[in-house]
Design a protein around this ligand. Sequence first.
Ligand code: NAP
Length: 518
Amino acid sequence: MKLSKFKNEPFTDFSKKKNSQEFAKALEKVTSRFKKEYPNTIGGEKFYTDRKHYSYNPSNKEEIVGVFQKGTAEMAIKAIEIANNTFHEWKNVPVKTRVKFLVEAAKRMRKRKHEFSAMMVYEVGKNWAEADGDTAEAIDFMEYYAREMLRYNEGMSVVSNPGEKNKCEYIPLGVGVVIPPWNFPLAILVGMTTAAVVTGNTVVLKPSSDSPAIAQMFFELLEEIKLPKGVVNFLVGDGSAIGDLIVTHPLTRFISFTGSMEVGLRINELAAKKQPSQIWIKRVVAEMGGKDSILVDSELIDFNDAVKGTVQSAFGYQGQKCSACSRVIVDERIYEKFCEALVEETKKLKVAPAKENPNMGPVINERSKNSITEYIKKAIDEGGKIIHGGMDYSENGYFIQPTIIKDVERDATIAQEEIFGPVLAVIKSKNFDDGLSIANNTVYGLTGAVYTKSKKKLEKAERDFFVGNLYLNRKCTGALVGVHPFGGFNMSGTDSKAGGRDYLGLFMQAKSIAQKVK
Ligand code: NAP
């Protein structure tokens, strides 16, 4: 089997009338799904409960985008058991067949990409370009992992030993629990799920409670391509209610998690404890939060480019990206001028319901809005000065203005904790080295960027800026599959490098086989 060379899915150009008209149609079309109720699907069987879970549009909090089941403990246990039974068949399905499922799913998603993106506009408040980028990334993950699996299928190259025939091949692990977040509710969910499946594992997929509707659309796509029943088991449910059960189940072989540090650490701890009848050490792939910095030097190639890159990184998708810039560290020689320019650039951003395709839509839910507001208050209490935004002006949705707070101390709460909203802390540094030490002063290590024209300083950043994804003279968001393998250091996670060549290895184990020959 040979596939064409991997290419990233192009983004849609919405300045073209035809594209924006087609997107508007898709926005209309997906509303027909809103009133429907969707089951949990385990081994192909549909399950309903009396307790319903409603997914709402954060731009319009009364609008329901889908009705789901609150998964129960019985369903969770059944899902693991079915996944375990199915594993014994799925692991023997030829790699080429598994790969074909991914290629077919990618093809069908590409055909209907605006419908997937439109659902994210409603369910998680992405503007059109952000939603389009999310769908493109989901397609990329499937295309990339399909090709990667063919490569892994050739096995690990080994040194030959006289008198022996030697090989080392990759085999799957078993039942995986896949727990994605809501902020890339298609891309990350698809990437985590298909990586596990193409490597021969079976999965219990528990989507985020904030984004089950887009997850359901992907699950329907898997049904459409006739992925065998039980390979992916779809279980909507409250993470805090069923999460522990699926993580601790003795038949669970690995957990693939993306989300907050708090939940990731809890999963890691629970997974480490051996349960009665458990016969393996569970593998945990946990990608967690960030407190990402952009470091701005006094000598720049292009001042405006640094300002624009900071604003885009801080406020794209309302600052709700794990890679978002939440701290800009600016050399004192250009500090005041940079603050003024940040405000001017940010004034251009329009906040409105996501359907209207503004620069910024709502934050995900009320809890998030309240938490972000609390952080802004705390920043002021700790001496920060608001120079833009600072107020929410919610009407029907959870809107927060892009907020810039200057004179933030390097160890202040908003300089240390992940806020996950449109709040940018500006921190003054004495010089480049001081700035670099501030950039490295949190428990996280996900993304970072440096703007400088000095070659020496760039080299220093390459060596000493301790993040999994470093960007030089460009923004710190927008990682592309295959181009920027993604994952962070320290409390940002296990550095799995999703969308990179090592990723699929995390879902397999290697078996060395030596045969004596004459
Ligand atoms: P979250 O609150 O940690 O939730 C993530 C997932 O974990 C959800 O599906 C959630 O389900 C589930 N969950 C919650 N409690 C659980 C438990 N006790 N056991 C098992 N699962 C449980 O994170 P989020 O708010 O969805 O996402 C935002 C976070 O993700 C941020 O910290 C962001 O930085 C991080 N993130 C990291 C990356 C990366 O690559 N490093 C990428 C994207 C996002 P419920 O929704 O049902 O509670």
